[in-house]
Structure formats: C-alpha cells, structure tokens
Design a protein around this ligand. Structure first.
Ligand code: FAD
Length: 370
C-alpha cells in the first residue's frame, strides 16, 4: 500500500500546476463570477491534453486513469476553482457516460467538438416531481417511425444555457427497466413532441443501471471538486492567518484558530484518502457504488465545512466577493445536494452495511397487508 503519488503522477501534477498557474490563475476571480461556461478555458485545457483524460485514445481521449483526472481537477482548482468545472465536464460529467455507451457513429459526430472544448454537454435527469427519486421520472420517449417523440420537462441541468447537446434520461416504458437515455440537440428543456432521430438513442430500455454506473464517475468528479474547493479556501485562510494581525499578533498565534486549522487539515486529509481509494480501485473501469458513496458524502461535507471555516477565519474579507473563499463555500454547498445528495449517499452506505436493499417508497397496499 502506497500513500504517495507515483513518479508519473507527480510529474503530471507538477505539469498541470504549472499550466494552471501560468494560464488560468490570473483571471480566477472574474472567471468565477461569470455564469457562462468558460469555453476559452476548455480550449486551452484541450490543447494541454486535459480533456477526455479517461477516454480511450481510439476515441480521441488521453487513455489515462480516473486518478489522473482527479489530479487534474485538484491542480487546476488550486489555481482557478472555476476552471475545475471544465475538468469536470471534460472528464467526469455526461461526456464520460456518453463515451462509455455511444455508438461509433454517435462518437464520431460529437466527441471531437466536446474534447476540443468547442461544445459542452449538459445532463437532464431531474424533473419537477423526480429529484432524489430519479426513477420517478416521467419524460417519455415513444417510437415514431425513424424518430422518437420526447415529452416532458427537465430542470436544474448545469450549464444548460451553453450546452449544444443534452444527455436526457427518458422513459420508454414502465418501471426502472423502462428507463434509458437519448441525446437531444439544443432546445428548451420542456419537451412537447420533440422529435429525436432513432440514432440519437444512447441507451434503450434497461439502460438505467448502466447510466448509474457511469454516474458514479461523475460523483467522483463532484467529490474531487468539493475537496479541491475546500482546500483552495483553506490555503487562502492559511496565508491570511499567517499575516493578518489583531491585538498586535498574527491571527495564527491564537490557539483557537490553530485548532480550527488542525481540524480542517484532519478533515481534508481523511476525505482525500477516501476519494483516492475509490478512484484507484476503479482505475479505468467503473468505481464501486459503496466506495463512491463514502467518498462523495465525506468530500461534500468536508469541502463545505472547511470552506465555511476558512471564511470565518478571514472575517469580512472572507465573506466579501473580492476573493473566492465565499464562492467556494457556496459551490460546495450545492454539491451536498447535487448528483445524489449526502442523505441519498448515506442510504446507499446503509444498504452496504446491512447487505440488503431499503426501499424508500411506501409499501404498496397489498405488500403492507402481508
Ligand atoms: C448545484 C446543483 C447542480 C445540479 N445539476 C444538475 C444537472 O446537471 N442535471 C440534473 O438533472 N440535475 C441537477 N441538479 C439537481 C439535483 O440532481 C437534485 O437537486 C437532487 O437530485 C435532489 O433533488 P431535489 O432538489 O428535488 O430534492 P428532493 O429530492 O426533494 O430532496 C429534498 C431533501 O430531502 C432529502 N431526501 C429525499 N429523499 C430522501 C430519502 N429517501 N432519505 C433521506 N433523505 C431524503 C434530500 O437529500 C434533500 O435534502 C443539480 C442540483 C444542484 C444543487
């Protein structure tokens, strides 16, 4: 068991850090407060070989490991947190599920632009009545000659205003087995007899389990960003506490703050090990649902708590929008809800502990009477 990067991993981390410090750090503040997807960063990162890290070389990716992609998120976020969104969308997001299950024709059509940073793909799972209960989704896909007719609506899809294509979870028939997904080209996320060619089907009925396996990769990217943003805020607070003086002494000389920093470091170190375990065990395959749930619940919680403590240590400076500590805290707060909330991750962990499934739905009347 090794607790250090290999020589190759260290060299990769160093090169990504140099790139991020040289090309991304300078505009980190303005970039963070721009709501649009940073296509300029995506193109820079593509030229640097930081898009499609875990995607096969035959498909235009880098043929690397999940750990490589996590190292990229960490190093990019340390210089420019907003740019880590590109590392997420270019490596862990819907692009990864797409690359796993798309036909050769679908890949040829969309992957080159996605990997070049000219296009971004958004993910549509959540619906007004289907949040945590994702399998309650109602958006239907009905065959119509050489097309499918899509009806329903999606919401909260990240970067949807900038996305050219959407990976949309749909229902071909009843139950979990009736769920699959289609690729929809740019449109409103309210589908009223939206016609999609049959060749845009990514996964037909029965695709839900595969989609969820792909989604565990997205969850590791979400975990990595939470942790990296917590660490970014931690580093800013550390520098602040070392120089800011009150009562004639630097803040870091007050024991109340020293212990806060010690607690932040303990949380960051522990969460990082859980994240690295899930990624390393998965290597280029699919990560374990249990290890992913443990990593995500921990990294989401830790990222937010550390960023929040960092804001506290930096006082009004930390709360102001003149630096990115409050921004990191707010983003981390969202990831406690997104991509399977912390509570849903804990449900998954409990199922592993007891080695049985706990159905969250009310028993049907007949079952209840038994
Ligand atoms: C920053 C951000 C980005 C997002 N990006 C996307 C995206 O790109 N694409 C997309 O499709 N969706 C996206 N979402 C939506 C996200 O997937 C949903 O918000 C999430 O699934 C939770 O659904 P909900 O908000 O409807 O909350 P609800 O499901 O209504 O849950 C409300 C609360 O109840 C808890 N809860 C629910 N059920 C249980 C249970 N069985 N046991 C214990 N607690 C439970 C939840 O954990 C939560 O705290 C995003 C959300 C956020 C915040």
């Amino acid at each position: 068991m090794h607790f250090a990067f290999t020589e190759e991993q260290q060299a990769f981390a160093d090169s990504v850090r140099r790139f991020a410090q040289g090309r991304l750090e300078q505009d980190a503040l303005t970039r963070a407060h721009d709501p649009r997807y940073p296509f300029d960063v995506a193109q820079l990162m593509s030229a640097q070989g930081l898009m499609g890290i875990t995607i096969a070389e035959a498909d235009g990716g880098q043929g690397g490991t999940l750990m490589d992609a996590i190292i990229a998120i960490e190093q990019v976020a340390a210089a420019c947190p907003r740019s880590a969104d590109v590392a997420q969308f270019g490596n862990f997001g819907p692009i990864r599920t797409f690359a796993e299950y798309a036909t050769a024709q679908q890949k040829a059509r969309w992957l080159p632009d996605l990997l070049a940073g000219h296009m971004v793909m958004s993910l549509g799972i959540t619906e007004p009545s289907a949040g945590s209960a994702a399998t309650d989704l109602r958006t239907t896909a009905k065959p119509d000659g050489s097309h499918y007719l899509i009806n329903g609506s999606k919401l909260f899809s990240t970067f949807s205003p900038d996305a050219a294509i959407f990976l949309i979870y749909v229902r071909y028939g009843p139950g979990v087995g009736g769920i699959g997904s289609v690729i929809v080209e740019r449109c409103e996320l309210h589908f009223d007899n939206c016609r999609v060619p049959a060749e845009n089907v990514l996964l037909g009925p029965g695709g839900f389990k595969k989609q969820m396996a792909g989604f565990n990769i997205e969850r590791l990217g979400n975990s990595a960003r939470s942790l990296a943003f917590g660490r970014y805020a931690f580093e800013k607070a550390r520098a602040h506490a070392a120089t800011r003086e009150q009562f004639g002494r630097p803040l870091c000389e007050f024991q109340g703050l020293q212990w806060k920093f010690a607690e932040m470091a303990i949380k960051l170190e522990g969460a990082q090990l859980l994240l690295y375990r899930a990624a390393t065990n998965a290597d280029r395959g699919m990560p374990s649902a249990y290890e992913t749930a443990v990593a995500k619940a921990t990294c989401n919680q830790v990222g937010f708590e550390v960023a929040s403590d960092a804001v506290q240590v930096m006082g009004a400076t930390g709360y102001s929008q003149e630096n990115l500590s409050e921004w990191c805290m707010r983003r981390c707060r969202g990831w406690m809800i997104a991509g399977g909330s912390i509570e849903i991750m804990k449900n998954r962990i409990a199922e592993h502990i007891f080695d049985r499934r706990f159905d969250q739905r009310r028993p049907k009347p007949a079952e209840a009477a038994e």
